[in-house]
Design a protein around this ligand. Sequence first.
Ligand code: FPP
Ligand code: ZN
Length: 442
Amino acid sequence: MAQIDDNYPTPTSISQKSTIALLVKPNPPSPSTNSTPIQSGILDVNLHLGYLGRHLLQGLPARYTSQDASQPWLLFWSLQSLSLLKVELDQGNKQKAAEAILAMQNTTEGGFGGGPGQAAHLLPTYAAVCTLAIVGAPDPSMPNSVSPWTRIDRRALYSLFLSLKQPDGSFRVSSNGEVDVRGVYCLLAVAKLLNLMTEKLVRGTKEWIKGCQTYEGGFASAALSIGEGEWAPLGEAHGGYTFCALAAWVLLELEYPSTSSGLQLNLKNLKRWLVHMQGGEDELYGFRGRTNKLVDGCYSWWIGGCFQLLDKLEGRQNVQEPDCIWNPEGLQEYILFAAQHPAGGLRDKPPKAPDMYHTLYNLAGLSAAQYTCQPANTTSSSAPNSSASSNSPTGSRTASENPSSSQTRVPTLNATDPLFNLTRTHVDAMMSWFREEHRQEF
Ligand code: FPP
Ligand code: ZN
C-alpha cells in the first residue's frame, strides 16, 4: 500500500521515505544482459555458502567481539543457515561444534551460558541445544560412538528451569535476570526437545503469555498481573516477542490442549496485526517488526514464521492460495532482491552489511514463504512446488508448468519446523532420542 504523505516531515517519515527509495527491484533482465542471480531475484546459494564457510572456518571478523556472550547463537545461526541450504557438516566438524557448545554448559547452575565460564541463561541455552540437535545425533556409521547428547545435564537443567519460575507463571532469563517472553519460549522449546516438559514446570505459563497480547493484536515483551485474571502487557507489540509468545503458546497447546471454552488468545486481532506488518509493493513486501517502523529482513522469520505457527495451532495442513491471509510470494521479493548482499550473506536492508543473525532469519523466512499457501493444484503437503526444470528469470515456474501461480522461486530450501526453527529431521531425531533414553520424570 502506498504511504499517504501529509507533508509534515518527522524523523519517522523521513527514514521511511529514504528506505523506500533504496528498495528498488531491478527491471526484468533482458535475455542479452549478464545479470547476477540477485539482480534476477534468485537465491545465490553458492555465494551464501561461501559467506558462511568463511565465517565458520576462518573465524569471525573483529566486530563480533561485542557478541562474546552470544557464542551459542553464532553457531546456531550459521549451522541452521547451512541446514536450510541443505548442507550437512562432516562428522569431524560436527564434533568440533558439539565440543564448543558443551564447553559452555554451566556445570554448577545447569543450562548453558553465552560462552565458556559464563552464567547460565535461557537464551543461549536454546541456541546451544538447537545447535546440538543439528550436530549431535548418534552417528549410524559408528555404532559404538557416544553421542554428545549424553553429556547434556538434564537434571541440572530442569532444576535451573524450576529455579527461574515466577509465581505468575513466567520465568526469569537467568538467576536475578529479567522476565520476558523470549526466555519463556526458549525454555519451552528446550523442554520439548529434551523431554523435560511437566505440568508443574508450566503451570500458569499460558495465562501469563495471554497477558502479553496487546490491544493491537501482537505481543509485548512481558505482562504484569493487575488483579484476578487481569494483565497489563508491558510495552508495545513487536514481531520478535510475538513469534516467541505464539511459538510458546503452540508448544503448550500441543502438550496440554485447552478446552474450547478455556483460555484462548485473540486470534482475530493477532492475524490482523500480523498481516498489517507486511509492507506493500514500495517496500518489496518485506515485514516490519512494529507499527510505523521500517521493514527489515529478520522479520521475514519472526512474522513470516507466525503464519506457519498459526497453521499448526489451527490444524491446517495444506493452506491453498485463495485462503492465504498473507503474501508469501511478495516476501520472497524482499529477501531475494533487497536482503541478499552482493558479497554473500543476508541483511536487514540495503545498504547495510550482512550478518549471521540476518542471514539465518532471512533464510528461515524464505523457507516459510516457500512452504506455505500452495497453489490449489499442488498436491504435496510436505514439499514446496519447486520444479527442477524451472529456469525462468525469477526462478518461478512457467505458466504452463503451473497455470495457477508462480508461487515458488528455485532453489527451494529445506523446510524448518516453526516451533524450533530446526529442520524436521533434526527435531525428530532429538525428540525421539530423549523420549527413549529418558522416560522418567523429575
Ligand atoms: C527492537 O529492535 C527489538 C526488540 C524490541 C526485540 C526483538 C526480539 C526478537 C528479535 C526475538 C528474539 C527471539 C529469541 C528466540 C531470542 P529495534 O528497535 O532495533 O528494531 P525495530 O525498529 O525493527 O523494532
Ligand atoms: Zn533485523
